[in-house]
Write a protein that binds this ligand. Structure first.
Ligand SMILES: [Zn+2]
Length: 246
């Protein structure tokens, strides 16, 4: 009986709130959406043409951004280059993720990031890996009701089997947002606002930590978070971001 309601409830929901393409808002085929599709065939092709599941390691050309390296993080996985001015499928999915990330979108991106993690060299066994995220400003979370990095981390945890942990928190409700600062001030600002959660040392010690975020701009935020995770005893920190600003 429960299944009856569940099944018909979902069908009713799909009838009144049909799943739409994240790129162009066109109504999707219900079966496709149930299988996890986020794009219509056209937008899926656009996404595919831009997606490069990339693993960067080390410093220098083809390596991680210098500010990540400063934090001791030399492994990074990313899916696309983000061009804020453009209005194509990848830009829209990131925009969507920031505002009201539907479960379909999060699961789709987490699945893609999981493929990127598979490319990471010398990955330890999965029981030695944790997944965490970069916390957002309280203000933003209140406004949008979503912490996209947290949801990505949880999605990645489901896709990979790595344990999800909250390891970093944020102080200073009035601290300036990173995106409003220049490169030099970002790092200091990040140092001022992020701190380890209680008990992070117990969880992190001896582990490899994958930290998620939606967008990497200079790497200042992720670099500072990586340094914090190392100070808590993590042996390696891997960044996983949906996009890097081009
Ligand atoms: Zn579309």
């Amino acid at each position: 009986m429960n299944n009856f309601f569940k099944y018909n409830g979902e069908r009713l929901r799909a009838f009144f709130f049909p799943p739409v393409c994240v790129g162009c808002r066109e109504v999707l085929d219900v079966g496709e959406a149930e299988r996890g599709a986020v794009f219509c065939p056209e937008c899926a092709a656009k996404w595919k043409s831009r997606e490069r599941i990339t693993y960067l390691s080390g410093l220098g050309k083809g390596g991680v951004p210098p500010l990540l390296g400063v934090g001791g993080c030399f492994d990074m996985v990313t899916l696309v280059k983000y061009r804020p001015s453009r209005n194509s499928a990848p830009e829209k999915i990131i925009y969507h993720l920031k505002r009201k990330s539907g479960r379909r979108v999060v699961n789709f991106l987490a699945g893609r990031l999981a493929l990127g993690i598979e490319k990471v060299e010398k990955l330890p066994p999965s029981q030695d890996i944790l997944v965490t995220y970069v916390p957002r400003q309280h203000r933003t979370v209140c406004k949008t009701g979503v912490n996209q990095a947290e949801r990505l981390a949880k999605g990645l945890s489901c896709a990979t089997g790595y344990e999800f942990c909250r390891l970093i928190s944020r102080r200073g409700i009035f601290a300036p947002a990173q995106k409003k600062l220049d490169t030099a001030r970002r790092r200091q600002n990040a140092r001022d606002i992020f701190l380890l959660c209680d008990g992070a040392e117990l969880l992190c010690s001896g582990k490899t930590v994958v930290i998620t975020d939606d967008l990497l701009t200079t790497g200042a935020t992720l670099g500072v978070c990586a340094a914090l995770l190392y100070s808590a005893g993590a042996t390696r920190v891997i960044c996983a971001t949906v996009a890097v600003t081009a």
